[in-house]
Structure formats: C-alpha cells, structure tokens
Design a protein around this ligand. Structure first.
Ligand SMILES: Nc1ncnc2c1ncn2[C@@H]1O[C@H](COP(=O)(O)OP(=O)(O)OP(=O)(O)O)[C@@H](O)[C@H]1O
Ligand SMILES: Nc1nc2c(ncn2[C@@H]2O[C@H](CO)[C@@H](O)[C@H]2O)c(=O)[nH]1
Length: 434
C-alpha cells in the first residue's frame, strides 16, 4: 500500500521501517493486505462531441444518464460513426472508474463485482474494458454472461456538459450469488453507485448490491455511495434519504445531486443536511472546488491554521485539521467542514470533466484504506486510540481529492493512466505545506 498524504516522500508513513518496539506489540511478520471492493455495471464509454439538437432528437435530457433501447442505440451509433464524431472509447462505469483509480493511487488491490461477456473477441468492447482496467483491479469475481457488456454514449455538448445514453447490454445481469461474502467482509470499504438501484424487473444487479450491503453492514465495513446523476435522485429524494440513513456510511455527490437530495443549492448546506443520514460527505462543486463534511470527537478536534472561510455556516472550516470519525464512535460528536478551491485554479485546458468526481472519491477511499491498513498492521499506534474513519485530516483529504480530480481533468480518459508524481516539482511547494 502506497500511502496518501502530503506528496513528499518524507511524509509517507514509513511502513517498511518498522519501529522495533511496536514490532513486539503487533507480532505480525507480514503486513496484512488491504483492499476495497465495488459493484458496477460493466460499461465502455463511447465519447463524442455533439450539438444539443442531437440530444433533443434522441430524447436525451442534457446532463442526465438515460437508458436507451437497442433500436435507438443502433441509430445513435450509426449516426456518430457515420459523421466521424466518436473521439474516444474508454472503459467507464462510475465504480469501475473509482476502483481503477484507487488501485492506481494506492498501487494496490481492489475487487470489482459485475458481469463480463463469456465469449470475448479481440477488439470487442469487453476486450477493451479488460485492456483499460488496471491489473491491480481483481476481476476474478466477475460473473460470466451471454451477450455484450453495456455501452455508455458520452455526449459532450458545446458548453462542456456531458449527457449519457446507456445501451445496457447485459450490464445489469449480475446475480447475488456472485457477491462473495468473505471478499466483502474483508474489504476496507464497499463502494456502490445509485445507478445500481435502477435495474429493471428480471435483472439481478439491484439484489446483488443489496446482498453486498447486508454483508458489509454485518461485518461493519463502511458502505460508500456515489449518487451518479441528479435526475435519478430528484425522482424520489425521500427514498434516497431513507436509503442513505439505513445503509450508507460515506456519501459522494456533486452539488446538483446534493440539491436534488436535500433541497439546498449551496453545497455546504447540502453537505450538512446529508450528515443527518450518514457519517461523511464529499461534495464536488466543479469550478468551486470541493467540500467535505463529517464528525469528529470534541476532545480531539484540531483547529486549522488556514484562513477561516465565510459561508452559510460562518468560519465553517475551523476544525478542518481533525480526522473524520463515524458519529457513533464519538462520545461527543461535533460536525466538521472543509473546503478547497480547484487545485492550481484548475488545468489551463480542461479536456473533459468526465470522471473528475470519481477521481476525487478514489482519493478519499485511498485515505480510508490506508487507515485500515495502518490499524491492522500497527494497532498499538496512538493514531487508533479513537476509531478514526480515515488516515488524514479533512483538510488533507480535500487537497488529495482535489489533486486527483485535477489530474483527471487534465487528461482525456475518466481513468488515471498513472499515479501522481512523488514530488510536485513543477508546483510551488507551499500548496502542500500551507
Ligand atoms: N471547471 C473546473 N475548473 C476547475 N476545477 C474543476 C472544474 N470542474 C471540476 N473541477 C475539479 O474536479 C472536481 C470534481 O468535479 P465535478 O464537481 O464536476 O465532479 P462530478 O460532476 O462528480 O464529475 P463526474 O460525475 O464526471 O465524475 C471538483 O471538485 C474540482 O476540484
Ligand atoms: N455504473 C454506471 N455508470 C454510469 C452510468 N451512466 C454514466 N456512467 C458513468 O459515469 C462515469 C463518470 O462519472 C462515466 O465514465 C460513465 O461510464 C450508469 O447508468 N451506470
């Protein structure tokens, strides 16, 4: 496990040079492995720049992710191909992207549950999906299915907004038997998307996700939910609030999804509202940057040395140097908030915002998994006197998430092609040392 935290090697936790005194306490010859697991609809993104007129013609609400039937998918593909509008084809799926990015950042294993075509031809979408997924993502638990994986037409409008049209193929055919209990129980976190809850009758992926959630909750594994699209949430916000209250530890969303869920357009207020139902919230807000909200123990709170920020909650970032905890693990829980503006103001040229939010979540998951790793391997550390949920402070996780989002924005694919540099040679050091 490569450690998150400040991007200077001296700040990485020195996992190899173990303290001889701590060694006696832990009595473990080999560090125990840590991984996260996720469930996704197996999808390849087919990216094309289009005019809004095309969206209207195919009945695709701008910014939404809409399921389309085979006839519409065929016509759309022919039109994009015929007009040479397809710019790229990448492995996608919001959780596939997240676990891939996690594996790249942590340089370590993650497990993906989903489906994969039984018969794969070289050059097919299934083949590309496998080629474009990190070898550290364990795909051994995928369920073999007859038929193709899904296609996600990723249609980029002139204004940069992206609209998804999903031709689902066999992507929702995952059945609960393919969720391995011991794999979920051993995970540092189980990551899911709201999209999994919209399978049609006869498709098993919603039941599979519920099975995994039940295994995770029974083993006290944090359940992480990313909301996907505001259109899905605004259909029935109350249902989602109940779902989050009942099952979710960590919620990731963007400001539009936050508004659909809570009624608050202000991402800070939306994050605060969501804290009523879960323990930790990551809200990305495009050019505004990102927010985190969560809980910490009153006696362990740490005051920031950064400027106190104005907002709907005045000086809301006062305790952003504290570490996130689950509310139930605090004797006296206080709410903590943090915000960060886009890293370096954002890349000079944003090639594509697709996947930036998935990148930010991967960074948070890396920090959470690093905490599990550290707790398992150095249980005597004072760091674990209280049951922290993450390794770093709210403030530090914001920086990391922001840095990863920047990397996704600066490249074309929603998936990182390489890890972050060990040192930010080209950037002023002060960003990390603030
Ligand atoms: N226009 C921008 N300028 C600067 N930074 C940006 C911009 N858009 C996004 N970012 C960075 O990327 C992060 C995530 O972006 P965004 O809020 O668009 O995610 P998202 O809508 O969840 O994306 P996706 O669903 O495609 O993964 C932001 O928190 C910010 O750090
Ligand atoms: N799992 C899943 N991912 C989706 C869906 N619609 C869009 N995405 C993915 O969302 C990613 C960006 O967050 C893209 O890479 C898309 O593949 C969907 O219905 N289900």
């Amino acid at each position: 496990m490569k450690f998150p935290g400040q991007r200077k090697s001296k700040h990485y936790f020195p996992v190899k040079t173990r303290d001889p005194l701590l060694e006696q306490l832990t009595q473990q010859a080999q560090p125990r492995a840590t991984y996260i697991s996720g469930i996704d609809q197996t999808l390849v993104d087919i990216e094309a720049k289009v005019h809004d007129e095309l969206l209207a013609r195919y009945g695709l609400p701008k910014g939404n992710s809409t399921l389309i039937d085979d006839v519409a998918a065929h016509a759309l593909y022919q039109e994009l191909k015929g007009n040479e509008l397809i710019s790229d084809e990448f492995a996608g799926g919001t959780i596939g992207n997240t676990v891939h990015n996690y594996s790249i950042l942590a340089d370590d294993r993650s497990v993906l549950f989903g489906v994969m075509s039984k018969h794969i031809e070289v050059g097919s979408y299934a083949y590309r999906y496998l080629c474009h997924t990190s070898s550290k993502v364990d795909l051994n638990y995928l369920q073999p299915v007859d038929g193709p994986i899904g296609r996600c037409f990723t249609l980029i409008s002139d204004c940069g907004e992206r609209t998804f049209a999903i031709s689902k193929g066999a992507m929702d055919k995952l059945t609960p038997e393919f969720i391995k209990r011991e794999v979920v129980e051993g995970s540092a976190a189980l990551v899911l998307t709201a999209y999994l809850m919209r399978a049609s009758d006869g498709d098993g992926i919603t039941d599979a996700a519920m099975r995994a959630i039940n295994y995770a909750k029974a083993a006290d594994v944090p359940v992480v939910l990313t909301l996907g699209t505001r259109f899905l949430i605004q259909e029935d916000p109350q249902w989602w609030q109940n779902f989050i209250r009942e099952h979710v530890t960590i919620l990731a969303m963007n400001e539009d999804e936050g508004e659909a869920l809570t009624g608050h357009a202000d991402p800070l207020l939306a994050s605060e509202a969501a804290l009523e139902w879960c323990d930790l919230v990551l809200t990305t807000a495009g050019p505004i940057g990102l927010y985190m909200a969560g809980y910490t123990e009153e006696s362990d709170k740490r005051e920031t040395s950064h400027t106190l920020l104005p907002g709907a909650i005045p000086e809301f970032n006062r305790y952003e140097f504290s570490r996130p905890m689950r509310k139930r693990d605090c004797q006296e829980a206080i709410k903590v908030y943090a915000h960060i503006s886009p890293y370096m103001g954002g890349p000079e040229q944003i090639r594509n915002t697709n996947g930036a939010g998935d990148g930010a979540l991967a960074a948070l998951l890396h920090d959470l998994a690093a905490n599990s790793f550290h707790k398992t391997n150095v249980p005597g550390s004072s760091k674990h006197r209280n049951e922290g949920l993450c390794y770093s402070s709210f403030s530090q996780i914001c920086k990391y998430a922001n840095r990863v989002a920047y990397e996704v924005l600066a490249q074309h694919s929603p998936r990182l092609s390489r890890g972050l540099p060990e040192r930010e040679d080209s950037l002023e050091e002060s960003y990390w040392e603030r």
